[in-house]
Design a protein around this ligand. Sequence first.
Ligand SMILES: Nc1ncnc2c1ncn2[C@@H]1O[C@H](COP(=O)(O)OP(=O)(O)OP(=O)(O)O)[C@@H](O)[C@H]1O
Ligand SMILES: [Mg+2]
Length: 369
Amino acid sequence: MAGVKLAGVSKVFGNTTAVARTDLEIKDGEFLVLVGPSGCGKSTTLRMIAGLETPTEGDIYIGDRKVTNLEPKDRDIAMVFQNYALYPHMKVFDNMAFGLRLRKVPRQEIEARVKEAAEILGIAHLLDRFPKQLSGGQRQRVALGRAIVRHPQVFLMDEPLSNLDAKLRVQTRAELIKLHQRLKTTVIYVTHDQTEAMTMGTRIVVMKDGVVQQVGTPKEIYNNPVNIFVAGFIGSPPMNFIKGIIENTNGKLLFKAKGITLPLPATDMAVPSNTEVILGIRPESLAIVNGENNGTQSISCEVEVVENIGSETIIHARTQGKEEVVIKASGFDKAPQMGMVMKVKASQGNMHLFDAQSGTCLITFAILA
Ligand SMILES: Nc1ncnc2c1ncn2[C@@H]1O[C@H](COP(=O)(O)OP(=O)(O)OP(=O)(O)O)[C@@H](O)[C@H]1O
Ligand SMILES: [Mg+2]
């Protein structure tokens, strides 16, 4: 097993910078998830670690070895892709054994490793079947098995679950987490799915336009996003953003937008009056104010759509400034009706102030209910 290090690595294709100068250290045994929208450079980063692309600049290390100029086969990594084409004319056993045979691993060793991997993946009873005799999830596990038998230092996975249907994806996700706990091999996993990133990663790297935006544990990224991009990308439904200004009266800060005057908790931060900001608050941090009017603490908005999804209700509403606000409430008992005007207030979690120009998070407040 080994950690992986990227030192000033970039990749330029013609006039596209797929990956801008990136420094990243993946610890030995870590499950690191690269996440971001389509085209942000996730696969390119992974392919450079695998040796399938050469960096335009910078160096890559696996353990203590500089591997920048090594062939993929000499890097001691195993990759699982989205399109994990299995050999259709080979049985499961032979599909899994194929790479080891190429490497001239002794026959008994191959047999032992394939059996071991098949046990781990729960496909020991399928070794005699052809791929076409398997379900999608089983085929996926064979593809993983092919990587596991290699006993690599590092697993590289590029959207390995995206061909599976929703239910199977959730199930296989859990299996991968268990697999990692058992093998403790370093995994670098690429996905554009923020739920996958949040549930699987020991740490997450959020990328945009070839640039790493933030690296942190799922909790850090969720609770303390460094900018509006990360704040909006991680979390579902996404964080609400309301444009407004800050009014600073002798250090007492007020957030003001059309129809909204929101006192902010005390802070040392010197934000000058009239600074344009965007207030960020997650749907589950908002609660409907019942009964008495809470005055300046609450935000008045009109209900547009109410989605009951059983365990929770998602309410889409609009502020007087015509900005959409989404509220996540539990159960459906107290769900408001469409067209109704209601008041909501920040009730738990965090609130964030972003600079309206740069999108950088200026300050994160814990909401005191
Ligand atoms: N071989 C190539 N030649 C030219 N441009 C490329 C090449 N490979 C990738 N790119 C460009 O580099 C950028 C990053 O691509 P990459 O495949 O790394 O994105 P990604 O984050 O994996 O996206 P997706 O989620 O869609 O798979 C994109 O703008 C892409 O068009
Ligand atoms: Mg990709």
